[in-house]
Design a protein around this ligand. Structure first.
Ligand SMILES: Nc1ncnc2c1ncn2[C@@H]1O[C@H](COP(=O)(O)OP(=O)(O)O)[C@@H](O)[C@H]1O
Ligand SMILES: N[C@@H](CCC(=O)OP(=O)(O)O)C(=O)O
Length: 376
């Protein structure tokens, strides 16, 4: 066994397994029941090793498309949502039947980004997930495609799986797709592309190697998978990308064979709350800061004070998430504000000891406290 993999995989107790549409629907047309049956068997053996499994499953649109007789990509958003509505129940029925053969119960959880962006709902979803796992049930999570609109979308299930990894405080994210792992360039375009078994860190160069999906059911291709691995890594969690179309691949990986690509987590990981601020909350405005503030935020991890702010853009309340940008417009940090846009407009450029005289009250010295600020 490869030593680093071995020590990482041995410690893993709670796993999020993300399954792409292309794996679930081999020919992009209807569910591949043989795949789900194999997944059930492999999940059962992971459970026997004392590991907990959470599944993030795509495939609703692909499964429903066939039922509605839609060829290629659905033509409109309502068509896609209709396909998801019919496909999601087909998907769950398949999971229920095949996992049931191994004595495992599954539970459906459909989420929108709003559910996780609201801290109370996030904690509530977390408690439900924990309870299901305590009962030995395997949660099967998907985006709530039927009702979702752009503003509250995760966008793709790679992203959803990274956020679920944080939600569940999982130890490993496994991405099952239709290719052997991450290559140094898109293998569809370059037949000489090489598989990379170990990605120590996701750099700009790594990102340049990632291409899009090229299928009528997948969303995002390798670009969104790398983004997901990066997000999980920032939370201290490694990602293992495997070819789900190869029978026995999960079992092989956990037995220590060097299959697929392992992405190591970042050395400095964000705590749970900061990860949530950076990746789950939707920024609702921008606070533009001067060069001095930019330097201390980036290098010294300080709080953002009113004296360093030069402009506010957008309307937001106290407690909202905003982008912190330099004078050149480049986003340098993201954080939760202690003052609304209207209040910041009045106190910007002033020293913190003047806040009370200007507003007549004061919540604190900072526009964004360093505990609520994530430097990007
Ligand atoms: N550097 C790369 N390495 C591997 N695959 C890549 C790369 N760039 C683009 N791809 C494409 O990404 C596809 C997987 O993404 P996607 O179609 O979204 O699958 P899924 O349905 O599993 O999410 C692969 O089939 C491959 O064609
Ligand atoms: N929520 C959608 C899947 C969206 C998605 O990200 O698909 P994929 O890139 O195949 O993981 C569905 O169930 O069809």
């Amino acid at each position: 066994m490869v030593p680093m993999r071995a020590s990482i995989l041995k410690k893993v107790k709670r796993i999020v397994i993300k399954i792409g549409s292309r794996v679930l629907t081999g020919d992009e047309n209807g569910l591949d029941h043989a795949f789900i049956a194999r997944l059930a068997a492999e999940t059962a053996s992971l459970r026997q090793q004392g590991r907990q499994v959470i599944i993030v499953s795509s495939g609703a649109v692909a499964a429903g498309k066939r039922e509605l007789g839609i060829e290629g990509r659905p033509k409109s958003i309502p068509q896609k949502q209709a396909a998801a509505a019919i496909g999601q129940s087909r998907l769950m029925r398949a999971y229920e039947e095949d996992f049931g053969r191994f004595g495992h119960k599954v539970a459906q959880i459909l989420l929108t980004r709003d559910d996780l962006a609201n801290r109370r709902r996030f904690l509530n979803a977390r408690a439900t997930l924990d309870t299901l796992l305590d009962f030995g049930v395997i949660p099967v999570i998907n985006e709530n495609d039927t009702v979702v609109v752009d503003e509250i979308k995760f966008g793709d299930n790679d992203n959803l799986s990274a956020l679920v990894t944080n939600l569940a405080e999982a130890h490993l994210l496994v991405i099952l797709t239709d290719i052997d792992g991450f290559y140094d360039s898109d293998p569809r375009a370059n037949p000489d592309a090489k598989l990379i078994h170990l990605v120590k860190s996701i750099t700009r160069e790594t990102e340049r190697a990632a291409g899009d999906s090229g299928s009528s059911v997948g969303t995002g291709g390798m670009v969104t998978k790398l983004a997901a691995a990066k997000k999980a890594g920032q939370f201290g969690v490694p990602t293992l990308m495997l070819n789900g179309t190869v029978p026995g691949i999960l079992t092989e990986a956990f037995a220590g064979r060097e299959v697929g690509s392992l992405f190591l987590p970042a050395r400095e990981s964000l705590n749970r709350r900061k990860h949530w601020i950076a990746h789950t909350l939707r920024p609702s405005g921008r606070v533009i800061v001067d060069d001095g503030a930019r330097a201390v935020l980036s290098r010294q991890g300080k709080s953002l004070l009113p004296s360093g702010v030069i402009r506010v853009e957008g309307e937001f309340d106290r407690g909202a998430c905003v982008r912190v940008c330099g004078a050149d417009g480049v986003e340098i940090a993201r954080g939760v504000v202690d003052y609304s846009h209207a209040e910041i407009e009045r106190i910007l450029g002033h020293r913190s000891n003047e806040i009370e005289a200007i507003l007549g009250y004061k919540y604190g010295d900072e526009i964004i406290h360093r505990d609520n600020l994530v430097v990007l």
